[in-house]
Ligand binder design. Sequence first.
Ligand SMILES: Nc1ncnc2c1ncn2[C@@H]1O[C@H](COP(=O)(O)OP(=O)(O)OP(=O)(O)O)[C@@H](O)[C@H]1O
Length: 441
Amino acid sequence: MTNIIVGSEVWVEDPSVAWIDGEVLKINGEEVEIHTTDGKTVIASLSKIYSKDVEAPAGGVDDMTKLSYLHEPGVLHNLSTRYQLNEIYTYTGNILIAVNPFKRLPKLYDAKMMERYKGAALGELDPHVFAIADAAFRAMVNEGKSNSILVSGESGAGKTETTKMLMRYLAYLGGHKGTEGRTVEQQILESNPVLEAFGNAKTVRNDNSRCNTATLSNELIGTLAHLLQFITFIYIYFFLNCSRFGKFVEIQFDKQTRISGAAIRTYLLERSRVCQISDPERNYHCFYLLCAAPPEEIKKYKLGDPRSFRYLNQSKCYELDGVNDSHDYLATRRAMGVVGMNEKEQDAIFRVLASVLHLGNIDFSKGKEVDSSVLKDDKSKFHLRTAAELLMCDLQELEDALLKRVMVTPEEVIKRSLDPVGASVSRDGLAKTLYSRLFDW
Ligand SMILES: Nc1ncnc2c1ncn2[C@@H]1O[C@H](COP(=O)(O)OP(=O)(O)OP(=O)(O)O)[C@@H](O)[C@H]1O
């Protein structure tokens, strides 16, 4: 700011394009008059304008540390310049920034590209997700220690796509055929439909949202990454930090640096979504898939139109563009088979899911005693009975679990009635717990 004089080229905030460049016409104390490149004259405070790097190359720089000024407008301008040239990757030191291209760029990820990046030092070639995977792989081999890659970004930023590319490259380096000739990468990807059905939902930003940075703090990620340094097996880990759920992909290598196995762990499911959604979002995909199951299964689980269930009808969004829930239900069933869940287990999973929907339709009204409640009507009784049948539990015990609170003291176990509001809270609590236990399983 101190170098800003009349004639300097600067960045100034703009309501429509975030930052716009211009030339300083006058400085009057803290007040600066700027002629912007869109032909306007604006007044801004000296502390809110930033010098423009006039010597920066027209196509931007591939590493942000090469910029003369590392401030917000400089960084955004550099990313935007490169993006317009289809250069979606840029380094900041050894961190890679990826800008979502929202279109397929097949040449960027083909076999030739993998060949180019194999063994190349970080920074030697254009910024690329393969370069990060290669550096992580080489460090793991050279140091004989596990390594981790953190993929972070807002919902819809491209974390899932990035992880797929990282896995593809690692599978190329440590390529190994798994069972039935499928690569480990393929097997991990095949488990995706199952995880996505139960852990993904449509959010405002992404029709198939899994992750954003909202709930997993940087401190927690730091701790996880730190702990992993002490694990002696040679693994490469990916963290995807999320709000719907977190995903932790572990790829295991043997002493010959060939892939020997993989595991996926999930954590931090967004439980509140099971009972509460707001327009235009949706609940977890699996509920809509189940409501679109073949007629004999709908009959078995006593389901129907998603509009008839409280946990789904709080939002007006039921269908997603380009998504066929009936088709996806069958695809999820197939994927469950591929990852080793037998028919009986699949049926148990869908029974629990259906019971969550039935629980949500139970209403309560005031009971005869003070602060007590009863099932409101025959409809509620039907849903309670169905939930008990599906969960294969005792009807009376399930009703008690909703209408009464149990307190355990050192002396005795006390049962206290709940009023209708308390019973609704306990109903939602049970639904959330059922769903999250199912997801963890
Ligand atoms: N490198 C890429 N090439 C082409 N398309 C991409 C790329 N990265 C992202 N996309 C597009 O953006 C969409 C959203 O990306 P993705 O699902 O990876 O986001 P996310 O960060 O995992 O989101 P969420 O956190 O909500 O789950 C993808 O479905 C794809 O269409």
